[in-house]
Write a protein that binds this ligand. Structure first.
Ligand code: B12
Length: 209
């Protein structure tokens, strides 16, 4: 089925995208459903960039539109004010500066009562280890959008083993190039490519603990 919002996003039609987001909020769509349509739309932007139909300026435009969508959605995301006692360290891996997906996940996790330490982007493996050790986090979330940066996630997991922290923390990875093979290669525990899957994993980890 054609998704008008996904198409407006892929066409970089800011006005139409924001209008459709408003319409869907009024129609009772959840924030997660709206985010997912937009994410699929920017995936098409990425494909058009790969095919040289779009330029870097178009990637930047998709970033601007997505930020606008999040500004509209934020007031509608339910906030759970009670903390659930779980600390998460999150960051985008070394060499990669993409952070829109990470920031969305962090926003939703904070809204669900998790305490999140955001290390930002281009985070070195050693910084992840230091943060896990200092915060005593039970979950480590790593975002990756650039395929060749995947190897650094394996370095993080190896360093966790060396530091004696591997059995104290669940490693969750997410982002465009992530799949089962990447999870296995890096030694992570879970992976997610969209917001619904990501939140399902975090709740599953909560139930295990
Ligand atoms: C917007 C964008 C940019 C923006 C980023 C803005 C920002 N602040 O993040 C800008 C313009 C800066 C940019 C720059 C570049 N980009 Co870019 N970019 C994109 C684009 C179009 C969308 C990414 C995005 O924001 N998606 C929307 C969010 C909501 O989705 P998401 O990130 O996937 O996150 C969701 C899930 O994956 C998951 N998730 C994400 N992280 C995590 C973490 C955890 C723990 C969990 C559980 C879940 C999770 O949940 C999120 C919510 O649903 C993608 C295309 C694509 N297919 O992804 C290319 C893309 C990622 N970029 C690409 C490239 C090549 C670049 C540049 C190298 C371009 C250049 N020549 O300079 C630079 C990168 C520089 C660097 N060193 O990092 C390529 C990467 C190719 C590859 N396979 O390696 C892509 C795939 C485009 C393409 N098809 O060629 N980019």
């Amino acid at each position: 089925m054609e998704d008008e919002l996904q198409i407006a996003m892929a066409d970089l039609d800011e006005e139409k995208t924001l209008m459709l987001v408003e319409e869907r909020i009024q129609a009772g769509y959840t924030s997660m459903e709206i985010i997912e349509s937009c994410r699929l739309g920017v995936e098409i932007v990425g494909e058009k960039y790969s095919d040289s139909h779009y330029y870097l300026s178009d990637l930047i435009m998709s970033e601007e539109i997505l930020k606008g969508v999040m500004r509209v959605l934020e007031p509608y995301i339910p906030v759970n004010s009670s903390e659930n006692g779980q600390t998460i360290v999150m960051g985008t891996i070394e060499g990669d500066i993409h952070d829109l997906g990470k920031n969305i996940i962090i926003y939703l996790l904070r809204s669900s009562g998790f305490q999140v330490h955001d290390l930002g982007v281009d985070v070195k493996p050693e910084q992840f280890i230091q943060a896990v050790s200092e915060t005593k986090a039970t979950i480590l979330g790593i975002s990756v959008l650039i395929s060749f940066c995947v190897g650094s996630i394996k370095n993080v997991v190896d360093l966790l083993v060396d530091a004696g922290l591997r059995d104290k923390v669940k490693v969750v990875i997410g982002g465009y190039p992530v799949n089962r093979q990447v999870k296995e290669f890096t030694g992570a525990d879970f992976y997610a490519n969209d917001v619904t899957e990501a939140l399902k994993i975090y709740r599953e980890i909560l139930d295990i603990k």
